[in-house]
Design a protein around this ligand. Structure first.
Ligand code: HEM
Length: 146
């Protein structure tokens, strides 16, 4: 990741982070209304989950300049997701929902550039998580779990 990209990701995240709770609440509301089939995978009570997702985003943004620190936690997170029934095909859905909500919250400050930056960043995080998933479930690395 080049310096300019890192700076755009950091400053746009700082812009939406003060409304982090609203961001995550809106994210799950949209995710579940458009993809009701994933709702049963999550706990009924979503309060803890919301905090954890926000914390994982903060962790990623805080370590864009030290990406080696992200490998282990993201691999471990991907390995845990194998147990949640998460499929490879769910990742772009989560990415697009998250980026759409970030754009909504950022308002005028959002741009096509940030849209592309964030989609690329979430794709990178997803691919590292999926490496962890494949290591945890080598027999199912083709993305068919259950
Ligand atoms: C950028 C991608 C993603 C990130 C950063 C992320 C982050 C997280 C985090 C931090 C947790 C808390 C528990 C843990 O750390 O293991 C979690 C739980 C969960 N995630 Fe993800 N996730 C991502 C993608 C997905 C996708 C694509 C799905 C599929 C629908 C998914 C489904 C779940 C479920 C079902 C749980 C809750 C499990 C439980 O508490 O029983 N996640 N996620």
């Amino acid at each position: 990741m080049d310096q300019a990209l890192i700076e755009r990701l950091e400053s746009s995240f700082n812009l939406v982070a003060p409304r982090g709770e609203e961001l995550i609440t809106r994210f799950y509301a949209l995710l579940f209304s458009r993809n009701p089939e994933v709702r049963p995978m999550f706990p009924e009570q979503m309060d803890d989950q919301k905090g954890k997702l926000l914390a994982s985003l903060v962790l990623v943004v805080q370590n864009l300049r030290t990406p080696e620190k992200l490998m282990e936690p993201l691999h471990a997170m991907g390995a845990r997701h194998a147990g949640y029934g998460t499929l490879e095909a769910h990742y772009p859905v989560v990415r697009d929902t998250l980026v759409e909500v970030m754009a909504e919250i950022a308002g005028e400050a959002w741009s096509d550039q940030l849209e592309a930056d964030w989609k690329g960043a979430v794709d990178l995080v997803s691919s590292i998580m999926l490496e962890g998933t494949a290591q945890a479930r080598p027999a199912d690395a083709n993305g068919v779990y259950m």
